[in-house]
Design a protein around this ligand. Structure first.
Ligand SMILES: [Zn+2]
Ligand SMILES: [Zn+2]
Length: 257
């Protein structure tokens, strides 16, 4: 069994940055490859990481802001053209409340450019109102609603060896995040702005640290970093509330779980 690993493809936001691409995280478990969000630049970063779009088994969207979902249309288009037979396994794409309507809207604009056979592409809407628990072939997915947008979901993946990885997506302080991340081996948590520049709907290093400490996570990675973050000592701010293993995300950083 290969060790489960996480690669931060994009540690940034909607702000164009050569250093930090928009949000995307790659999770590799056994022979399965999952994406969490696909902001603009994700396919480029996947190639940087040595992965082709045809290798991805599922994409889990945290919410529909363009810095998280912007590469969905180009991803599907690149799967269809020039040769849709290059994908020889199912791609499952999930999102929270309203996801199927969101896809209908995209299809109203792009039409057949987004059509692929049902054994190649499947869209799944997950209900964020309740705790969701779904069993895939080699892993389990748990979801809870996050404090950011009506459709926002956080994800907890449990691999076949019992290791758990939690992805917050965007969120403000949130008891659902504490319970979703309880005892997790790795929490990939948004920390959009430094402590002194907090904005509604997002966390800061010390708030993310507080969530992580109360959830007793075994390792914390701070990501979704606006350019302002790079002028502050994020680790020092996070240390006010969290003492465990800590990493500040960089693009293409790979973490073994
Ligand atoms: Zn957002
Ligand atoms: Zn965002």
């Amino acid at each position: 069994m290969k060790p489960t690993s996480v690669t931060i493809l994009g540690s940034g936001t909607c702000v164009p940055s050569l250093k930090r691409s928009s949000c995307a995280v790659l999770l590799e478990l056994d022979d399965t490859k999952l994406l969490f969000d696909s902001g603009p630049g994700t396919m480029h970063r996947l190639l940087n990481a040595g992965i082709e779009i045809f290798d991805i088994d599922a994409i889990f969207y945290s919410h529909f802001h363009p810095d998280h979902i912007g590469e969905l249309v180009p991803f599907i288009f690149a799967t269809k053209y020039p040769d849709s037979r290059r994908r020889n396994k199912l791609l499952t794409i999930t999102g929270g409340n309203g996801f199927i309507n969101f896809i209908k809207g995209l299809k109203a604009v792009y039409g057949e450019w987004l059509d692929l056979p049902e054994d190649v592409l499947r869209f799944v809407e997950l209900d964020g109102k309740v705790v969701g628990n779904r069993q895939f072939a080699s892993f389990t997915v748990e979801t809870r609603s996050m404090n950011h947008r009506e459709e926002s979901l956080g994800y907890r993946i449990i691999d076949s060896g019992g290791k758990s990885i939690v992805y917050s997506g965007d969120t403000d302080t949130n008891e659902n995040l504490v319970s979703l991340a309880m005892g997790a081996d790795l929490l990939i948590c948004e920390s959009a702005m430094p402590d002194t520049l907090k904005v509604p709907g997002h966390l800061t290093p010390s708030l993310a640290g507080d969530m992580a400490a109360r959830a007793h996570v075994k390792k914390l990675v701070l990501t979704h970093l606006y350019p302002e973050c790079d002028q502050f000592d994020l680790a020092a701010q996070c240390r006010k509330t969290y003492q465990g293993p800590l990493m500040i995300a960089e693009d293409l950083m790979k973490i073994f779980v």
